[in-house]
Design a protein. Structure first.
Lengths: 191, 192, 203
């Protein structure tokens, strides 16, 4: 039951993109096509789950016992950067097909603030390892849901006739605002 | 100095030096800010405690009592004037809020009467649920001076004594839930 | 390029938010009021200027293959310094019990480290230019970012709460949607549109 709550809350109520404002850059940047949106969402899910697990272990078995929680930001971002490289190398060797699909998105992920954000949030919320992993998966799902919905709308939008100064990023933000408004309707379903 | 070749040794030494310098600098700043951070944190708690209980002279943060319930912790801060207990500030929470968890600081007088309530943290809808804050509406005033023994802590719709915030029954229910939790713990806590 | 140009380009011509669309997460996440926007902007400015300074000093001796990790460590160190200083000195709640600046900015302070502007400037400018012009570039870009955040924060605060920097000029609430998440997207969308319109006029 608790896991269900974490999932619903992270995917719908506190959607990481539309209400927490994390991962806006890829949300605006790679949402022109539904296909690329799927690729990005997949890559983010993959890295986010591994990163949250590794940073959880680091926080609880290295940083806290040594009494240096202030090194959190430095170690987490280094670990995430290294992890992204590692995933890229392993994926290339083990599953070329998957690498074809996700490869070009991987370098972009280091500076995707959802990864570091979720890792820090999971620590702040005092989750245990399993809860942290569930939290990471559901936030990744929330990111995917927002990104894919948004790219679907933007594909249609290409055909629309809108004022010149609204084209591109401005209209994307306004659509995102309307989408965020729709997601506000989910508030209150977790009680 | 010329740019070093990317040999394994050079890379290792560079990274080692960079991280060493970084951790040394951070360690220094950490030692330097440790005191002020602790002071700021306890001042923040004390401000909220001051708001909800009568004048006190002790350090409630030093005598805090923790009670674990529903995967979260309630904190009981006894406020004393000299040796006399003048009130207890209870930091309480609810997970039933409309937008997420709500944290309150509820001040009780020694006989259990609610003295004052301060909202510490909430994510309720602006203009509706956020009226639970004292600065936004009179909703929380109706609790003051009431003893939960003869003041039922639930909204009138549910058969209680509390006037809900218009159009925000869920937020009002959550608020009552948090206060009720504080009262239960206060009663059981038996701080003298 | 002259020093003045290095400093001034961040405000309009290469404004990180309105023109380059970088650092959008804190732009949306911390601008529910003008003061929050300014606080976030200045914190980012400190990190940008200091890391640009240090990186331009050491860039010439760092082997190419570990350039990015070294830069990340340097940036993360300055972010942690800001985090520690802010949790010590900007952590006092407001008179009516509003959360402190540190609490309001919350997770966005450690996340300065993944703000694309910071690593972007380190890579594109500081690693190739002199110490002084790198410092100016960092300061200019940072202040341009702060300017954008303060502007967006002011617009949202004026529309949403009827106040600016906490000074109220209307009774009661404003259009509350503008302080909630959808309002952030809408306000930024319309601001960028106005910028585009203005640029078309002068070209």
């Amino acid at each position: 039951m608790e896991y269900v709550l974490i999932i619903i809350s992270a995917v719908f109520v506190n959607n990481i993109v539309l209400t927490q404002f994390l991962g806006i850059c890829p949300f605006i940047g790679v949402s022109n096509k539904v296909d690329t949106a799927f690729g990005m969402a997949g890559a983010v899910t993959f890295v986010m789950v591994i990163a949250t697990m590794v940073t959880y272990i680091l926080q609880h078995y290295v940083l806290l016992p040594l009494g240096i929680p202030f090194m959190q930001t430095v170690t987490f971002i280094l670990v995430i950067a290294a992890l992204v490289q590692l995933v890229e190398i392993i994926l290339k060797k083990v599953s070329p097909a998957l690498y074809q699909a996700l490869g070009i998105f991987l370098p972009l992920i280091t500076t995707n603030c959802t990864i570091l954000g979720v890792a820090i949030l999971a620590v702040q919320k005092d989750f245990n390892l399993i809860e942290s992993v569930v939290f990471a998966i559901s936030n990744a799902l929330g990111f995917g849901l927002a990104l894919i919905t948004f790219s679907g709308i933007r594909e249609q939008l290409d055909l629309a006739d809108i004022p010149k100064s609204m084209k591109g990023v401005p209209i994307a933000f306004i659509i995102a605002g309307l989408l965020a408004m729709a997601f506000m309707g989910f508030a209150g379903i977790v009680k | 100095m010329a740019k070093k070749e990317s040999t394994f040794l050079n890379m290792l030494v560079t990274l080692l030096l960079v991280t060493l310098a970084s951790s040394a600098a951070l360690g220094y700043i950490y030692e330097f800010t440790k005191g002020p951070i602790a002071i700021a944190k306890s001042a923040k708690k004390n401000m909220a405690i001051h708001k909800v209980v009568p004048e006190f002279t002790n350090l409630p943060g030093e005598e805090v009592k923790k009670v674990v319930a529903d995967n979260d912790t309630l904190y009981l801060y006894p406020a004393k004037n000299g040796d006399q207990l003048v009130g207890v500030a209870v930091e309480t929470f609810t997970n039933k809020g409309f937008g997420g968890p709500i944290r309150l600081m509820v001040g009780f007088l020694p006989d259990g009467t609610i003295n004052d309530i301060a909202v510490l943290e909430h994510k309720e809808t602006p203009g509706l649920g956020d009226k639970m804050q004292k600065s936004k509406s009179n909703f929380s005033l109706q609790f003051e001076g009431k003893n939960p023994d003869n003041f039922k802590l639930s909204v009138k719709k549910d058969g209680g004594d509390v006037d809900a915030i218009t159009a925000s029954t869920i937020s009002s229910r959550a608020f009552c839930d948090a206060v009720q939790r504080a009262y239960t713990v206060f009663k059981e806590g038996g701080i003298q | 390029m002259s020093n003045l140009k290095n400093f001034a380009k961040g405000f309009v011509k290469e404004n990180p938010v309105f023109v380059l669309f970088l650092g959008l997460c804190p732009t949306l996440g911390t601008t529910s009021s003008a003061l929050n926007g300014l606080g976030m902007g200045l914190a980012t400015t400190f990190v940008l200027a200091m890391s640009n300074l240090v990186i331009s000093l050491v860039a010439s001796v760092i082997p190419d293959k570990v350039r990015i990790p070294s830069f990340i460590v340097i940036i993360a160190s300055f972010v942690t310094i800001v985090d520690l200083l802010m949790s010590a000195y900007t952590n006092t709640p407001g008179p009516n019990g509003e959360p402190s600046l540190y609490d309001q900015l919350g997770i966005f302070i450690p996340l300065i480290v993944v703000n694309c502007i910071v690593l972007g400037r380190a890579e594109a400018f500081a690693s190739k230019n002199s110490v002084f012009s790198s410092l100016l570039d960092g300061l200019g870009m940072g202040l341009g970012f702060a300017f954008a955040l303060t502007l967006l924060g002011s617009v949202r605060e004026i529309l949403g709460s009827g106040s600016v920097f906490g000074f109220k000029f209307i009774q009661g609430d404003g259009i509350l949607m503008f302080v909630s998440p959808p309002g952030a997207f809408l306000a930024l969308g319309f601001l960028i549109m106005l910028m585009n319109k203005w640029k078309q006029k002068i070209v």
